[in-house]
Write a protein that binds this ligand. Structure first.
Ligand code: ZN
Ligand code: ZN
Length: 98
């Protein structure tokens, strides 16, 4: 049976292997990424639009599920997640380098 999702995943794998953008499959990727500059820009732009819409609706810019905290653009859960992520990143850097 034809599996759309599996087909898409396989296609992405092929693009990745060939160093092509996994979104459009027609341009070379940015070094160390899986997408090209064009797709990155449009992705960033759409993310930004979505964040603006969420905040305007009084919702967390990150998850869009919870109401945001006054003075912030994110909910407490997302801020906590971001904090842990930053800490993990710092810890990872310290462990791997220097
Ligand atoms: Zn692309
Ligand atoms: Zn959130």
């Amino acid at each position: 049976m034809f599996n759309q999702r599996e087909y898409a995943a396989r296609q992405r794998e092929r693009y990745r292997a060939e160093g092509l953008c996994v979104y459009c499959g027609s341009r070379a990727v940015i070094h160390g990424r899986t997408y090209c500059i064009r797709c990155q820009n449009s992705h960033v732009a759409s993310q930004r639009r979505m964040r603006v819409r969420r905040v305007a609706a009084g919702l967390c810019a990150t998850c869009g599920d919870a109401p945001l905290t006054e003075g912030y653009v994110t909910c407490p859960a997302c801020r906590e997640k971001a904090r842990l992520y930053q800490r993990a990143r710092k810890a990872g850097k310290a462990a791997s380098g220097a």
